[in-house]
Each structure stands twice: as structure tokens, then as C-alpha cells.
Design a protein around this ligand. Structure first.
Ligand code: NAP
Length: 524
């Protein structure tokens, strides 16, 4: 039997193919093998040193404005190759064109956003954090906090669901900060990440060592990290535990950002009625969140809280919309939803549904409908809406994230109970609130803010302009406390903080004047 070719890694400023026959990547609909990846035998130590020393020094020699221009050039290259990315996503991720856009165009948009933000930072090489503060009676001696780019590499260990956006939402602020990037994509969908990096390297935009990609096993990557390096991980809570307890983090204080599981919620105003706009907006958003990328979004709605009196109406309305979602081969335009990324994910989603069913009833199951151009052996899974009229008695419903087209409708009796139940998720990326009442939205935001990275309020006046519960926009914070990993990404220029070191310079006004000439005030 012939095997498909190994995708080359880019490390140490050169293309290197891993040893052995590698791990195959599959088409989750057709089951065909597409490519192979291997990181076996790579000289990781030399590759990390090259990125740190050559890539880092070259990037830091540039100003923010010059690095922003590099991001703009990357945007152009990616745009020129978009068609190839869509083909790879269809084949390797099983996504419809619309769903591929969330990943591919979402990544390019984020890069473009940081290119613009960076341009405004101009010729500076450091960021000033706040105003000067007098240190004593004599005003001549002051302290000025400043941020300088860390002199290390940024290692990204990414999840399978966003091979494009997951790379660029991290790489844009890192490169803009002057920090070289080494990305290790999740194996199942590594092809798109690898191809994008290849296009950028081939276009000779970045200095050697600024961008590297290692596909295949993660073995040995964390061992390379040194005190000024950073690691940004997106994936499961189990792997997050391994990363957090690795000596690089535990002993060498490597800065670590974790984006992990999240049981995001949607909350309907207790004053809503089945006829209210807020009710309709919740129904549409829940269906969208369950079906976009087959629910494989870390931000997708998993728990839906409605007043008890509206439970049946909500179940019926969501179920009726889900019934119109055809599932199957993304190459067929009549398929509105594609596949999960792999057979492993399909097995994990089926297992997860079985777990949640121990505490929930099935309100809608699209499984009986025929798949479009795909058979039962594909990784397609139809949407399933579960329900619980007694969510306070449930445990699994607030703890198990099923990473697929699955959500659970839950009844609440008072808004205080709803807030308590939402907090049972122990920290989430996002909660959306559906209400026509600005006072309710403000009160709910204050209640829910501490447990969420983002509160997304959908009221009738923003129905057409709101960016979507699950859409991560670069100007807004992404990340969440507790179970969600405790990380922070994006949020405009706030993202640069992870790639800089803050220090206080205590000096004379004259010295601080000179310092200020090569720095720019960080305006958030
Ligand atoms: P995963 O199994 O934890 O894998 C994530 C990444 O870690 C992959 O690149 C994986 O490589 C790598 N990895 C596995 N074992 C490792 C180890 N011992 N040391 C270092 N790296 C290791 O997670 P997943 O199943 O791909 O992702 C799904 C999860 O990600 C979901 O729970 C979802 O909620 C979460 N997610 C969160 C966000 C967010 O922003 N909060 C975004 C997307 C996804 P291999 O693929 O080669 O195993």
C-alpha cells in the first residue's frame, strides 16, 4: 500500500521532513488519507535556538510599524492563496464553505486588524505603560512602567478546530511584538496550518527564524522552553494539566496561556415571552451556535437557560429550526453542516451525548435524517438538543463539554437561580444574554462578568449588527477563568502584553525623556 507524502516541517530556518512513515491525516467524510506528518528526529534544540537568536533579534530590530507592515504582507499572501485553503479545509476538516470561512477568513481578518493597530504604534521599539509617577518629594526622580518584547520564542500548541484562526490570532500579536513563533498544530488538521506557513515562508516576508511549524508529535517541544520563552496552549483540560505542570512552567517560570474547555451559556430574560423578539433571537443564536463548524467551537453555546414557563416553547422552536439543518458532505451545496474533524471526535461526541443523557432528556435528535452524499461511516454527526427541567440537580450537564452539535436546554425558576446555574460551569469563555431591557443586560453583565471572559448581549436593537455569540473578534478579549483555562488572548493591543515584559524604570526626568523618545504610550 502506498502512503501519502510527509508534510515538511519548517525549523531552524529550513524545511525538514520528519523521520519514519509519520501519522496519517484523513478526509473525515470520505475516509481517504490526505497527507502524513512527523516531527521525529528533528533537532528541536537547534531549531528553538535559531528562532530565539536569529528570528528574535531580526524582529526586535524592527519597529512596531515595520512589523505591522510584515503582517499586512502576510495578509496579501494568504488572500492570494485562499482557494487552496478552502480546498484543504473541505478535505481535511470536513467543513462547508461557510464554516471554513470562520477559520480561514477569520484568521486573515485578525491579522489585518493587528496590522492596522501596529501601524499606529509607528517607529517605537517599546511601549510605555501609564504615566510617570513621582517617587518622593523631589519631582525629578520618577518611575515609568514600560513594556519591552520578551527575548524568547512563542510556542503555540494548538487545537484541531481552528487550524488557521488558531495560528493567526496568536501569531499576529506575537510577531507585532517582535517575538518569533513556533507553531505545533493539532495533528488531525495540521495540513492547513502547515500550508499557510509554507506560503508565508516561500514569499520571504519574514526574517529567517521568525515563523516555524512543527507537525506531528509534541514530544520534546516543552523541554526546549527557557525562562524568557512563552507558551500558548489551546486544547483539552487534560493536556492543559500536563503543560502547566511541565518543569518549563513549574520551574523555569515560562509564561503560559491556557485556553481549555468551556461550558458557555445563553440566558433568556425572565420577562421574555414566546412572542418576544428576545425569544426569537435566542432560538436563532442557539441553532447557529450548535451547527456552525458542527459545534466544534470552544465558544459554542452548550447550556441554554430559559424561564420554566418557556421551556417547551423553546424546545419546540429550536428543534424545528434544527430539523432544517441538512448534514453531510460539504462538497454538496445542499449540506448545511459538514462533518466532525475525525472518527476520534465522532466517537468522543457520541460518548459525550451518552454521558449527558444520564441527566437529560432528548428534545431533538437529527440522527434519523439521511446524510447528504455521505454514509454512516463518515464523521458526520447530526445536531442533538437535550433538556433538563431540574438542572440544579445535574452535575454532568455543568461539567462535561461535548465538542459537537450538542446543547442542553435548562429551565430556571428565578434569575438568581439562573445566575447560580451558569456559574456552575466554573468559568467560561462567553455567556450571551437575550433581552430588550438595557437595565437587565447591565445587571446580568455585572453578575456574570467575573465568571466569563466575555458577556455578549443580544437585544433587538443590535440584532442585525451583533457579531455573534461564538465569533471571537480581535478587539474583544478571548479567554475565560477557571475551567476555561484562565487565559487571555486578543482584546486589541492588550494581547501584546503576553509577549512583552513589564518593568519599572526609576530614573531622572531627563533620562525618562530620552527613553520616551524610543517608546510609544500603550493606549488600550
Ligand atoms: P488536545 O488533545 O488537548 O490537543 C491540543 C493540542 O495539544 C494538540 O496540538 C495536541 O497534539 C497537543 N498535545 C497533546 N498531548 C500533548 C502533550 N502531552 N504535550 C504537549 N502537547 C500535547 O485537545 P483537542 O482535542 O485538540 O482540542 C479540543 C479541546 O480544545 C476542546 O476541549 C475545546 O474546548 C478546546 N478549545 C479551546 C479553545 C479556547 O480558545 N478556549 C479553542 C479551541 C478549542 P496532537 O494533535 O498531535 O495530539
Amino acid at each position: 500500500m502506498t502512503t501519502s507524502p510527509l508534510l515538511p516541517n519548517h525549523l531552524g530556518g529550513q524545511w525538514v521532513t520528519g523521520a519514519g512513515t509519520g501519522t496519517p491525516l484523513f478526509d473525515p467524510v470520505l475516509g481517504t488519507e490526505l497527507a502524513r506528518v512527523s516531527s521525529a528526529g528533528l533537532d528541536l534544540a537547534a531549531g528553538f535556538a535559531f528562532a530565539r537568536e536569529q528570528g528574535g533579534a531580526a524582529l526586535r530590530a524592527l519597529s512596531y510599524g515595520e512589523r505591522a507592515a510584515l503582517l499586512s504582507a502576510i495578509v496579501k499572501v494568504l488572500q492570494a492563496n485562499r482557494d487552496a485553503y478552502y480546498e484543504i479545509a473541505t478535505a481535511n476538516c470536513g467543513t462547508t464553505t461557510k464554516d471554513s470561512a470562520v477559520d480561514i477568513d477569520g484568521g486573515i481578518f485578525t491579522l489585518g486588524y493587528y496590522a492596522k493597530q501596529g501601524e499606529a504604534l509607528g517607529s517605537a521599539h517599546a511601549l510605555l505603560d501609564g504615566e510617570r509617577i513621582r517617587m518622593g518629594k523631589d519631582p525629578v526622580f520618577q518611575t515609568q512602567h514600560m513594556l519591552t518584547p520578551t527575548r524568547g520564542v512563542a510556542l503555540f500548541i494548538n487545537a484541531f478546530n481552528f487550524p488557521s484562526w488558531g495560528l493567526w490570532e496568536k501569531a499576529a500579536p506575537a510577531l507585532l511584538s517582535g517575538v518569533p513563533v513556533i507553531v505545533k498544530p493539532a495533528t488531525a488538521t495540521a495540513w492547513l496550518t502547515q500550508r499557510m506557513v509554507q506560503d508565508v515562508i516561500d514569499a520571504s516576508i519574514l526574517p529567517p527564524g521568525a515563523l516555524s511549524v512543527v507537525c506531528g508529535s509534541s514530544a520534546g517541544l516543552m523541554d526546549q522552553l527557557q525562562p524568557f520563552d512563552v507558551v500558548s496552549f489551546t486544547g483539552s483540560a487534560e493536556t492543559a494539566r500536563i503543560i502547566r505542570s511541565h518543569p518549563a512552567v513549574a520551574e523555569r517560570s515560562v509564561r503560559c496561556n491556557i485556553e481549555a474547555d468551556s461550558l458557555n451559556s445563553a440566558l433568556l430574560d425572565p420577562a421574555a415571552t414566546p412572542e418576544s423578539e428576545a425569544f426569537g433571537l435566542l432560538v436563532s443564536e442557539v441553532v447557529r451556535e450548535m451547527t456552525v463548524k458542527s459545534g466544534q467551537k470552544c465558544t459554542a453555546i452548550r447550556r441554554v437557560f430559559v424561564p420554566r414557563a418557556l421551556f417547551d416553547a423553546a424546545a419546540q422552536a429550536i428543534g424545528a429550526k434544527l430539523a432544517k439543518t441538512s448534514v453531510g458532505n460539504p462538497r454538496n451545496e445542499s449540506a448545511r453542516m459538514g462533518a466532525l474533524v475525525s472518527q476520534e471526535q465522532k466517537a468522543s461526541v457520541i460518548e459525550g451525548i451518552a454521558k449527558l443523557r444520564l441527566e437529560a432528556e432528548v428534545l431533538f435528535d437529527g440522527g434519523s435524517a439521511a446524510l447528504v452524499d455521505a454514509d454512516a461511516s463518515s464523521a458526520c454527526v447530526a445536531p442533538v438538543l437535550l433538556g433538563s427541567r431540574q438542572p440544579a440537580k445535574a452535575r454532568l450537564l455543568h461539567a462535561v463539554e461535548v465538542f459537537g452539535p450538542v446543547a442542553t436546554l435548562m429551565a430556571y425558576d428565578s434569575i438568581e437561580e439562573a445566575f447560580d446555574l451558569i456559574r456552575r460551569g466554573e468559568g467560561s469563555l462567553v455567556c450571551s444574554v437575550y433581552s430588550a431591557d438595557p437595565a437587565f443586560i447591565a445587571a446580568a453583565s455585572l453578575e456574570l462578568g467575573s465568571a466569563h471572559g466575555r458577556v455578549h448581549a443580544i437585544s433587538p436593537d443590535v440584532a442585525a449588527s451583533q457579531s455573534g455569540h461564538g465569533n471571537v473578534m480581535p478587539m474583544s478579549l478571548h479567554g475565560g477563568p477557571g475551567r476555561a483555562g484562565g487565559g487571555e488572548e486578543l482584546g486589541g493591543l492588550r494581547a501584546l502584553g503576553f509577549y512583552h515584559r513589564r518593568s519599572a524604570v526609576q530614573a531622572s526626568s531627563a533620562a525618562l525623556d530620552v527613553l520616551a523618545a524610543s517608546a510609544v504610550a500603550l493606549k488600550l
